[in-house]
Design a protein around this ligand. Structure first.
Ligand SMILES: [Zn+2]
Length: 801
């Protein structure tokens, strides 16, 4: 007997046998081990010879491998130990399969567990076939075949832990959940195993599990206990690693999309996170507005229903402090791949302890900054406030594992509803929504080959079909050659293509009428053609030209010109121990584009004589006060303290002696202030209600005669709370790029309030200081490894001398 893949007769039998299992489970003494319980449902012959072993094997507890119970105070596990545990589960449980999907950025195993009934795990090929059919209902020969698939398929559910490695509950909860599912004999667990194929990724960032554990152990009992490691917990992306779900720049993202989403098409996904210590104990959806307009309403309804169901289950267990409809919006595909692939996304944010150290949070110190609720007051979306007190890692693990279990229970109970809705969302994409254009047309000619390949690779990885025209054709006044790329917005994941190809119009949201802007949770724009500098044309109506079948994207080599040979600039990149995100992205872009560089920590810069070793030094985006003062004194040497006055003096001497200092975004304010440059930031001290642009794409006009612009006269730049410049001494400053003088031409995608504040102002300056240059970027030229359109400006600036 197997479970999800059944004929109608056996399904009826299975339902009856569930009742039997329930009765037996109730009758069983609590001390009965899981291995005995398998006697209720004899395991089928397994491909793994160990599963056919005649003697029952003991399924190891997490403690037996980790050396402690997940949630114990002041105990964390490193990744190799957790891997050993999951491998032990695979060896001993016929409900668990361990799979290594590939290697992480630092070469560790990247792992998924498949957890389901032994019978389901024996028929994975069939489950996979049905999942593919449901994900693309065009493959079904008849509606009856689809109905059968909905009736017979398991529901794949993806649960991911640990993307943010310092949210340490997410590194341990998967072990607790896997053990429970491997051993529990309750009727509920049996129903989960029978109906759900759980894809459990115990960490989306295994490298960070070990980085965090090592730092925690090293600082235990010192003033720095519980502090953040002085390095990014993902080598390149740090905390931004969960903003990578459309750009797919990092291998961990790629492995998850290629090996899990793209294969199993889970209609439900849950991501385990932690928030600050002093808000709700747990957040689950509904999300706050704004909801990105291309997300199918049925998915928002699903988020609302499932999130509320989880909150309700936990409340029934006596857990308090659960907030819904709070803090987190659903605007961007950067965090929500699922919302563009037919799936609901359950973000679960538990309150944090201090890594694995307990915290005490008195009730009257609960936060007042929370959005959508007050942690000290009852409201419809926060029905039972937490009374305050001690909060430990055990609490985090309990809330997270209960929430995950409640989600699985719901998925099992409403398996066919979830699958049917998943198919409905797919059909809507295939038919296209009213008002959607027919297609995007992407010419091959007059495009940057790397940018074009990047755009097509992203769409392809996101399971978007790309076709080419088999003949030349015209659209309005434009003529297109045969072989032009076309993305037809009539396909299952059309919403993914549409939201990435069109400009965003983020709504003007104010905290109250006439008040300051309500910040978005993250940023407001994600328009790939603007980020990449690729031209596309919208086709409102059907193209009258034959199209190919789906094609693969082209490949292109990423190599920045001018960084080999004797003339190549010697590049240094400032590496703050405060681990600002932009520093990691800078390294990622340089590594990817083969720009050689050396990372410079505080002590190296403070030591001076930088001109002997470097021609150009990059200061990545970081708050000026943080560059100057660095980490606080609780950190041990050499991590505390920033550049300090010595570092400033060394940078000044470097520039005056002929070096080039390249300052990005907020770091430009540091350079202006500390090196007393003859420019003024017109946004210094300007309140949010007088100017606001928290992550938008702006038009910039370039001086094509300047070597940084290198012949270009216009592009789009990523503006995110950066400075905008007035020139005080024009004899020392060249404006390389400025914002359009017409404020109406500024915004290309996202949100801006009062664009007139920056209209006509400098966006990128070349400032002479002594024999050298300071290049001031008022925007982020290599934003999250996505803004290829402005990479050349960064690369060219390293050649200025
Ligand atoms: Zn997080």
């Amino acid at each position: 007997m197997w479970n999800c893949i059944v004929s109608p007769d056996t399904r009826a039998h299975r339902r009856r046998s569930l009742g039997v299992a329930l009765a037996l489970a109730v009758a069983a003494a609590p001390s009965l081990g899981a291995q005995q319980s398998h006697a209720h449902a004899p395991a089928p012959p397994s491909a793994h010879s160990h599963r056919a072993a005649p003697h029952p094997v003991v399924i190891p507890t997490p403690r037996s491998v980790l050396g402690f119970d997940p949630g114990d105070d002041r105990k964390l596990a490193d990744w190799p130990t957790l891997v050993r545990y999951y491998q032990a589960l695979d060896r001993t449980s016929n409900r668990v399969i361990y799979r290594e999907l590939g290697k992480t950025t630092l070469g560790a195993p990247f792992v998924a567990l498949l957890i389901s009934s032994p019978a389901n795990l024996k028929h994975l090929a069939q489950s996979r076939r049905l999942a593919a059919l449901l994900a693309d209902p065009r493959r079904a020969r008849s509606s009856a075949e689809l109905d059968r698939a909905i009736r017979d398929a398991c529901i794949p559910v993806l649960i991911t832990g640990g993307i943010h490695s310092n949210e340490v509950g997410g590194n341990l909860t998967p072990a607790v959940l896997a053990y429970r599912l491997a051993t529990d004999t309750s009727a509920t667990t049996r129903a989960i195993l029978d109906n759900v194929l759980l894809l459990l990724v115990p960490s989306l960032n295994p490298d960070g599990v070990t980085i965090t554990k090592r730092w925690y152990d090293r600082t235990l009992g010192t003033p720095a206990e519980g502090s953040a490691p002085p390095e990014p917990y993902h080598r390149y992306a740090g905390h931004d690693n969960n903003r990578d779900w459309y750009a797919f720049t990092q291998v961990e993202t790629q492995l998850t999309v290629d090996s899990l989403y793209g294969v199993w098409h889970p209609p439900i996904a849950m991501d385990l996170h932690q928030q600050l210590s002093d808000g709700s104990r747990l957040f689950v959806p509904p999300y706050l507005d704004p909801i990105e307009p291309n997300v199918d309403p049925l998915l928002i309804d699903g988020d609302n229903a499932l999130g509320a169901a989880i909150a309700w289950e936990l409340a029934g267990e006596g857990k308090t402090g659960i907030a819904i409809n709070a803090n987190y919006d659903a605007w961007t595909p950067a965090r929500a791949y699922e919302h563009y692939h037919g799936a609901v996304r359950i973000l679960a944010e538990a309150a944090s302890a201090n890594l694995a150290s307990p915290v005490d949070v008195p009730f009257d110190e609960l936060a007042t900054r929370e959005r959508g609720y007050d942690p000290r007051e009852r409201s419809w979306n926060f029905s039972a406030p937490w009374p305050g007190g001690r909060w430990t890692l055990r609490d985090v693990v309990n809330y997270q594992s209960s929430a995950a279990y409640a989600l699985l229970e719901n998925a099992a109970r409403y398996r066919d509803h979830w699958l049917a809705n998943f198919v409905t969302v797919g059909w809507r994409g295939i038919h296209g929504w009213r008002g959607w254009p027919y297609a995007y047309v992407i010419p091959r000619q007059h495009q940057d080959t790397v940018a074009l390949a990047t755009l097509l690779e992203i769409l392809h990885r996101g399971q978007v079909e790309i076709r080419t025209t088999l003949e030349s054709f015209s659209l309005g006044a434009q003529h297109f050659a045969s072989g032009t790329y076309v993305v037809v917005l009539r396909q299952p994941y059309a919403a993914f293509a549409k939201t990435l190809l069109e400009p965003q119009h983020y709504p003007d949201r104010l905290l109250y009428p006439g008040g300051p802007p309500q910040p978005p949770y993250d940023v407001t724009a994600h328009t790939l053609p603007l980020l990449l500098g690729v031209s596309t044309t919208l086709a409102a109506e059907s193209l009258r030209v034959p199209l190919s079948g789906p094609v693969d994207p082209p490949h292109a080599l990423t190599v920045a010109p001018g960084f080999t040979g004797a003339d190549a600039p010697r590049v240094g990149v400032y590496r703050s121990y405060a681990a600002p995100l932009d520093e990691g992205w800078t390294r990622w872009v340089f590594d990817t584009w083969k720009v050689p560089y050396v990372s410079l920590v505080d002590s190296v810069i403070r030591a001076g004589k930088l001109g002997e070793h470097f021609d150009a030094i990059v200061l990545p985006d970081e708050a000026p006060i943080e560059i100057l003062n660095g980490l606080p004194g609780i950190y041990p040497a050499p991590y505390a303290g920033g550049l300090g006055p010595e570092g400033v003096a060394a940078l000044r001497a470097f520039v005056q002696g002929g070096g080039t200092l390249v300052a990005l975004n907020d770091a430009s304010r540091f350079a202006v202030e500390q090196l007393l440059l003859p420019v003024r930031n017109v946004l210094e001290g300007v309140a949010d209600d007088e100017f606001y642009a928290p992550g938008s794409l702006f038009r910039i006009e370039l001086d094509p005669s300047h070597p940084i612009a290198h012949g270009s006269d216009e592009t789009s730049a990523w503006f995110e709370n950066g400075p905008a410049f007035d020139v005080i001494d024009s004899s020392a400053v060249r404006v390389v790029a400025r914002y359009p003088s017409d404020p109406a031409r500024l915004l290309r995608s996202g949100w801006v309030l009062h664009p007139e504040r920056v209209a006509g102002r400098g966006a990128l300056l070349d400032v002479r200081l002594g024999s050298g240059h300071v290049i001031l970027f008022g925007f982020r030229p290599q934003y999250r490894g996505q803004s290829l359109a402005t990479y050349p400006l960064l690369f060219n600036s390293l050649h200025v001398h």
